[in-house]
Design a binder for this molecule. Structure first.
Ligand SMILES: O=P(O)(O)OC[C@H]1O[C@H](O)[C@H](O)[C@@H](O)[C@@H]1O
Length: 567
């Protein structure tokens, strides 16, 4: 049923009026007026504490935003998703990543199948395999235990597992090193292969479709490299496994059926780390910790399903985002983890949010009346402070920030963690408070500056402040808390998609470039160049073809320093 755009609702009109007033507010004043502000605008669920009080909001703002969520049918859409309705309408698919973390015995049937039984059968298969690899019972072609796990995949078949393996590295196995190869650029694989012993390396070819060009190319290159050193194709089954929904393509690649870990079309790529796509995570941290990751996500799922909208963590995070994006017109959101092990979290969220909601038409194909997903970007916080935080504090654009940190460190180096937390909390305070002319000139006077020096420097020393942020605190970055954190952002993305009226589960926008790349690939390889290209693309192709010809003309070995490891 076509949904009404949120901009057509009565609550939106009320929010517009309210926003006109909110533009006059200073958050510093709101804090001064209300000693209970932080308490009023914070919430804890599934082991995650969210303080959203440093936003340009008051109680009316939250009430209106919650009313908007109600009017847009967030609760109904959420229930439809959990129940297995085909809410991915352009692909006619259910969206059931939540079923991947439901405990054994949880009843859910899809097209007559007990999908809980299917999910747990694959988890059992993954457990058996990962236990064998981790204990050393799984032996390679020369009878040795595995030392290196190489996950070959891209997008959702890379970003989630890579992010989670990094986040949970204190839980890693002492003998096993995880590697992630995604880029079609041979530099990625070429830099790794010489460091590996094929007899102790396990490749996981992770691809939902098993047709993704980058993954297939890297997989073929890895296979060729392996066979060069161990030419018996029978040995491949000790060193290559696949994770996919496409059984025929996996078999055609030559991977033994017993080495395939399946999943289903109702799992979107960017929502797939809970499925067999998480095999590299389970190999690194073990089944029990993987089960805790799932349990943490499930706890957040329950909260999302059961808590009233006004006390619902993902709903509130989503609504604050809508407030910033659609009323204050903030076009980007910066993610600042104050935790080195979350260094891939911003990249993971880029796919999750931008591939889900980076769209401009509604589910029914009509143009959206308001812009949707902001640009998501960021890096670990303290490094960002010494790079782009300048813009966050004094740039012309207001960039909301999500600060994420853990109260307890995963190391025992003295002093570091207190310094880290101090920086995290200081940044959100500084962004909110800013510094006015009176404060800045008083400081410069106290430092003994002359009046002309103060006048000259003053404009540079001002901080506008009133810049919004959320702070998310975890007790520790444990598997359960990481699971809850990821699920929080998944559901935030979902709620925003519902309000914007978007199908958050397709990604047609990635197709055009793939099609053109295929044609240009053929042209670079020698096919006649189409005269349909624009002059820029035509010129670039011509230059690349000329460079290839030149390279071919060079004496053997002169052109590539890494020739020994090229396939
Ligand atoms: O897992 P695969 O089928 O190889 O897909 C890998 C990735 O590539 C695609 O182009 C999509 O944009 C992503 O959503 C997907 O995660």
């Amino acid at each position: 049923m076509p949904r009404m755009p949120f901009t057509a609702s009565a609550t939106h009109t009320a929010l517009m009026d309210h926003h006109a007033r909110a533009c006059q507010w200073r958050m510093a004043d709101l804090f001064a007026q209300d000693p209970l502000r932080a308490q009023a605008f914070s919430l804890e669920a599934a082991g995650l504490f969210l303080d959203y009080s440093k936003n340009r909001i008051d109680r009316t703002t939250v009430a209106l935003l919650v009313a908007l969520a109600r009017e847009c049918g967030v609760a109904q859409q959420r229930d439809a998703m959990f129940a297995g309705a085909r809410i991915n309408t352009t692909e006619n698919r259910a969206v059931l990543h939540t079923a991947l973390r439901a405990p054994r015995g949880h009843t859910l049937r899809l097209d007559g199948r007990d999908i809980n039984a299917d999910v747990h059968a694959v988890l059992d298969q993954m457990r058996l395999f990962s236990d064998q690899v981790r204990t050393g019972a799984w032996r390679g072609c020369q009878g040795q235990a595995m030392t290196d796990i190489v996950n070959i995949g891209i997008g959702g078949s890379d970003l989630g597992p890579k992010m989670a393996c990094q986040a949970l590295r204190p839980y890693g196995h002492p003998r096993l090193t995880s590697h992630f190869i995604s880029n079609a650029d041979g530099n990625d694989l070429a830099a790794l292969l010489p460091r590996l012993n094929p007899a102790t390396t396990l490749f996981i070819i992770a691809s939902k479709t098993f047709t993704t060009a980058e993954t297939m190319m890297n997989a073929q290159t890895a296979r060729t490299w392996f066979l060069r050193q161990h030419p018996h194709t029978g040995d491949l089954k000790k060193h290559f496994v696949a994770v996919s929904t496409n059984t025929p393509a996996v078999q055609a690649f030559g991977i033994a059926p017993e080495n395939m870990f399946p999943f289903w079309d109702w799992v979107g790529g960017r929502y797939s780390l809970w499925s067999a796509i998480g095999l590299s995570i389970m190999l690194a941290i073990g089944f029990d910790h993987f089960a805790q990751l799932l349990a943490g996500a499930h706890a957040l799922d329950r909260h999302f399903q059961e808590a009233p909208l006004e006390r619902n963590l993902p709903v509130l995070l989503a609504l604050i985002g809508i407030w910033n994006r659609n009323y204050f017109q903030d076009a980007s959101l910066s993610i600042a983890p104050y935790h080195q092990d979350l260094k891939y979290f911003p990249a993971y969220l880029q796919q999750l949010e931008m591939e889900s909601n980076g769209k401009q038409v509604a589910c029914d194909g009509t143009p959206l009346a308001a812009p949707a997903c902001p640009v998501i970007w960021g890096n670990v916080g303290t490094n960002g402070q010494h790079a782009y935080f300048q813009l966050l504090h004094q740039g012309a654009d207001v960039v909301p920030v999500d600060f994420i940190t853990a109260l307890q460190p995963a190391h025992d180096l003295p002093g570091h963690h207190t310094a880290l937390l101090a920086n995290c909390f200081a940044q959100s305070e500084a962004l909110m408070l800013g510094k006015n002319a009176g404060q800045a000139s008083a400081e410069m006077q106290a430092e003994g500056n002359s009046a002309p020096a103060i006048a000259a420097l003053l404009p540079h020393k001002l901080f506008p402040g009133n810049r919004p942020s959320n702070t998310l605190l975890l007790e520790t970055l444990s598997p359960a808390r990481l699971g809850a954190l990821i699920a929080l952002y998944e559901h935030k993305t979902f709620v925003q998609g519902v309000i914007w009226g978007i199908n958050s589960f397709d990604q047609w926008g990635v197709e055009l470039g793939k099609v053109l790349a295929k044609q240009i690939h053929a042209e670079l390889a020698g096919a006649a160049v189409s005269n349909q290209h624009d002059s820029s693309t035509h010129g670039l192709i011509a230059r690349a073809r000329a460079a290839t010809l030149q390279e071919k003309a060079l004496p053997d070995g002169a052109s590539r320093s890494r020739s020994s490891i090229s396939p």
